[in-house]
Write a protein that binds this ligand. Structure first.
Ligand SMILES: *[C@@H]1O[C@H](CO)[C@@H](O)[C@H](O)[C@H]1NC(C)=O
Ligand SMILES: *[C@@H]1O[C@H](CO)[C@@H](O)[C@H](O)[C@H]1NC(C)=O
Ligand SMILES: *[C@@H]1O[C@H](CO)[C@@H](O)[C@H](O)[C@H]1NC(C)=O
Ligand SMILES: *[C@@H]1O[C@H](CO)[C@@H](O)[C@H](O)[C@H]1NC(C)=O
Ligand SMILES: *[C@@H]1O[C@H](CO)[C@@H](O)[C@H](O)[C@H]1NC(C)=O
Ligand SMILES: *[C@@H]1O[C@H](CO)[C@@H](O)[C@H](O)[C@H]1NC(C)=O
Ligand SMILES: *[C@@H]1O[C@H](CO)[C@@H](O)[C@H](O)[C@H]1NC(C)=O
Length: 723
């Protein structure tokens, strides 16, 4: 470098300003975090600092960038990435170029698979501001720009293409997971569900009379089938002569007194909802488009009046000959799209915010906790999933992950149910995508058993479609379904904790294998999954005859067949053959299953003072968090190293634990110390969740924090010790 070049370099360095954001011409660059930056073209009304439908918070610490001008353009450099702004904007990391504004980022969420991309760019478009009350009419006393009265306080005026968020996904699983946490910080989490949502839901497309409905509910009670939600499809309203465009035409021939019906359900501690096929007011020329005063008033009045009568939440049933469109679109068919925002995502927003607003402003104020946290049943991905579909086709507006829970549509079969549930948790950050359990039509008892097993070991367990009443086939089918439902309710402590984790980190309840083993290409199959981090599930959808087979990829380690207890060492692909009654499942080496002792009748009946902990020691360190009902976190940790077994339960909550240590064939457990004191243990067998046989050492622990040490030896190591 010559002296003049050196002087230039020096002056450039001294002139460099370090800031976390810069405006260069009509572009603003914000370095939000080491993994996240924003490239924003100036909108019609300037740069956007308010929240938008997509973005809930930009409160990130920021990273310093240095601005220097060169012949190429303006460089904005940070320690993590460099941005070059000239006629376009390019972003570089030490690994190379990761973004060029000349090829626009997509505006529908499709998070990349682990280790398949080094970055992910997502455009906030259409971009608009959402008022605190959403599509509920402007509350009295709220301050609203007079220009926004016509759109209920929504501000669509600063919309522009190109407001792009770029996530750096790093080189490993942990960086990829951290980028997902950044996504949730930016766009808001999938909210916590009400606890009862993890229980059984039942609906049936049938013209129930109130007497029939009550008779069915008495069956659930008498047969001791655990259930939390019993609801109605279309038949709550009179649908003839377009009366289903309105909310005030209930079908009083079938249900003469809905007040009484809601009271009946509440007395049985059942939550309930109605289906709604909404018809836009504009299409009957009775007002403006979405967000107009007429549409918002009409919708809110209809939805809130039924909640006031005692309905828990709504089902936004997107699949019908008519539906509401997104903003600016004047149509009543169910395929409305505005700039990529489709009516499934927009409708989900309306229904979720209506329930949320009602809960916050009416039920919470009244101190009524029966209804729990807000939720709606809404639509996932506009096309109903078909087997083998490209998950990219189900990409949706990124706000949609805040409006749980999502149903996949009509005619979705068991294969499609599995694929959509698995892929949505990864690509869509939606942990509660699920299908009508049992399928549209009534098939064989074997089909219902297969479906039930998948839904029980799945995101949301919601029977719907034709007649899927568990007792409607024969006693054997009833008994099999009853036993699966019992498993679902025994897993509630884990289900509730997994929901907390999904909200915090985007880690789904149903995880595709590459959440754990991305280095194995087989792990990325959407036809099998790991449930609650510990149970490998491979539903069989070929139900034509009783005993059928499928291929399953067993991940690395020693996995225990949940039915016959045999051990398969992965990684390898095996053929699983099972009868209708048994869904192929394996227990992870190192699994820690937190279960209720008994099957509760309702989710709220879980007895937290006594729990069962089933552990499967393996040479791997495991940890899990149990979310206690009081908000405390109990940490579970387990390790087996050279025969030394350690288990700790760090907890502020005192309870009785039934600890069951599952040993591998030929293993024995000795020298057991609990909190430093030697304790005897009794031998037991089997599993309290699944029927796998095996040797189990059982101990009773009483209190809060627990530390257990023991020696686990196999026959071979024992012989080694003797010599
Ligand atoms: C900014 O980063 C680019 C790309 O890494 C590099 O070529 C350039 O020299 C950097 N500028 C400064 C002033 O460090
Ligand atoms: C920014 O400039 C400052 C002072 O010139 C320098 O210390 C720092 O290393 C630079 N940062 C980057 C990321 O280039
Ligand atoms: C439904 O509405 C039609 C009129 O369109 C009426 O004839 C019928 O009686 C109504 N049914 C009930 C159950 O109210
Ligand atoms: C409907 O049921 C409620 C609650 O049981 C009762 O108070 C009310 O009188 C009933 N209404 C009619 C019209 O029968
Ligand atoms: C929407 O379309 C309907 C016809 O389907 C028409 O009657 C109405 O005036 C239109 N409304 C608006 C706001 O454009
Ligand atoms: C089913 O079991 C119940 C009680 O165990 C019995 O009363 C009933 O007869 C059985 N039904 C059939 C169809 O076997
Ligand atoms: C299916 O086959 C299994 C295993 O042979 C048997 O136990 C079960 O009863 C059969 N199920 C039905 C519904 O026939």
């Amino acid at each position: 470098m010559g002296p003049s070049a050196m002087a230039l370099a020096l002056s450039l360095a001294t002139l460099a300003q370090a800031e976390t954001e810069f405006v260069v011409g009509k572009v603003r660059v914000q370095a939000l975090s080491p993994r996240l930056l924003r490239i924003e073209p100036q909108g019609p009304r300037g740069f956007e600092d308010r929240s938008t439908f997509t973005v809930q918070s930009r409160e990130f610490q920021g990273v310093a960038m240095n601005k220097t001008s060169s012949g190429q353009g303006v460089w904005l450099n940070s320690s993590f990435y460099s941005v070059l702004v000239d006629s376009k904007v390019r972003v570089f990391t030490p690994q190379g170029q990761i973004f060029d504004s000349a090829s626009e980022a997509g505006n529908l969420l499709h998070w990349p698979s682990p280790l398949k991309a080094t970055s992910y760019a997502l455009m906030d478009y259409p971009r608009f501001f959402v008022p605190d009350w959403g599509t509920v009419p402007i509350p009295e006393g709220a301050k609203v720009d007079p220009d926004l009265l016509a759109t209920n306080g929504y501000d669509f005026r600063n919309n522009i293409r190109g407001d792009t968020y770029i996530f750096l996904l790093g080189q490993d699983l942990s960086a990829w997971s951290s980028a997902r946490v950044e996504f949730l910080k930016l766009t808001g989490p999938c909210p916590l569900l009400p606890d009862f949502a993890y229980g059984t839901w039942f609906t049936y497309w049938h013209s129930y009379t109130e007497a029939e409905a009550k008779d069915d509910i008495e069956h659930w009670e008498r047969l001791k089938l655990p259930i939390d939600v019993w609801a109605l499809d279309m038949n709550w309203r009179n649908t003839s002569d377009n009366q289903d465009w309105y909310y005030d035409h209930p079908n009083t021939a079938l249900f003469p007194n809905f007040t009484e019906w809601f009271e009946y359900l509440r007395a049985r501690r059942l939550r309930t909802y109605f289906n709604d096929h909404p018809y836009p007011v504009a299409s009957r020329n009775a007002g403006g488009l979405q967000t107009s005063p007429e549409e918002t008033k009409f919708r809110w009045q209809g939805l809130s009046e039924w909640m006031a009568k005692g309905m828990t939440y709504w089902w936004f049933d997107h699949n019908w000959k008519f539906s509401i469109p997104p903003p600016f679109v004047n149509q009543s068919t169910t395929d409305g799209v505005w700039q990529g925002l489709d009516n499934a995502a927009w409708g989900s927003h309306i229904y979720y915010s209506a329930v949320e607003y009602y809960d916050r402003h009416v039920r919470d104020k009244a101190g009524d906790t029966f209804y729990g946290r807000p939720m709606t049943l809404t639509k996932f991905g506009k096309p109903d999933w078909k087997p083998g579909m490209d998950p990219q086709e189900a990409a949706e507006h990124p706000a949609q992950h805040r409006f749980p829970v999502w149903w996949t549509g009509d005619g979705v079969d068991l294969q499609a149910s599995t694929e959509s549930m698995v892929d949505a948790g990864l690509h869509g950050l939606k942990p509660f995508v699920h299908s009508d359990c049992g399928g549209d039509g009534r098939q064989s008892a074997g089909d219902l058993m297969r479906w039930t097993a998948h839904c029980v070991f799945g995101s949301i367990l919601r029977f719907h479609g034709a007649d899927h009443r568990p007792w409607s086939y024969d006693n054997h089918t009833l008994q099999v379904i009853s036993s699966y439902l019992g498993m679902r309710y025994k897993m509630l402590p884990m289900l509730l904790s997994a929901g907390q984790k999904a909200t915090k980190t985007g880690f789904p309840l149903v995880a595709r294998g590459d959440f754990f083993w991305p280095e194995h290409p087989e792990s990325a199959s959407n036809q099998q999954y790991v449930f609650l981090e510990d149970i490998l599930v491979a539903p069989i959808w070929n139900s034509g005859s009783n005993i059928t087979s499928r291929q399953v990829w067993i991940p690395p380690g020693h996995w225990k067949d949940s039915w016959d207890g045999s051990i398969t060492e992965g990684p390898k692909t095996v053929t699983a053959t099972q009868p209708w009654e048994r869904q192929p499942m394996w227990i992870r080496p190192g699994a820690m299953l937190v279960l209720t002792d008994e099957v509760p009748k309702r989710v709220e009946d879980v007895d937290w003072s006594r729990l069962t902990l089933e552990v499967y020691p393996a040479e791997t360190r495991r940890q899990k968090v149990l979310h206690e009902p009081n908000g405390e976190e109990t940490q579970l940790q387990m390790q087996l190293e050279n025969g030394h077994f350690h288990l700790s339960i760090e907890s502020k909550v005192a309870r009785r634990w039934r600890l069951r240590v599952h040993l591998q064939p030929g293993q024995k457990m000795s020298q057991i110390f609990l909190g430093g004191r030697a304790v005897p243990a009794k031998s037991s067998a089997g599993s309290s969740l699944l029927s796998a046989p095996g040797t189990v050492v059982e101990l009773e622990l009483q209190g809060s924090t627990q530390h257990l040490k023991a020696v686990i030896s196999s026959e071979e190591t024992l012989i080694g010790l003797v010599i």
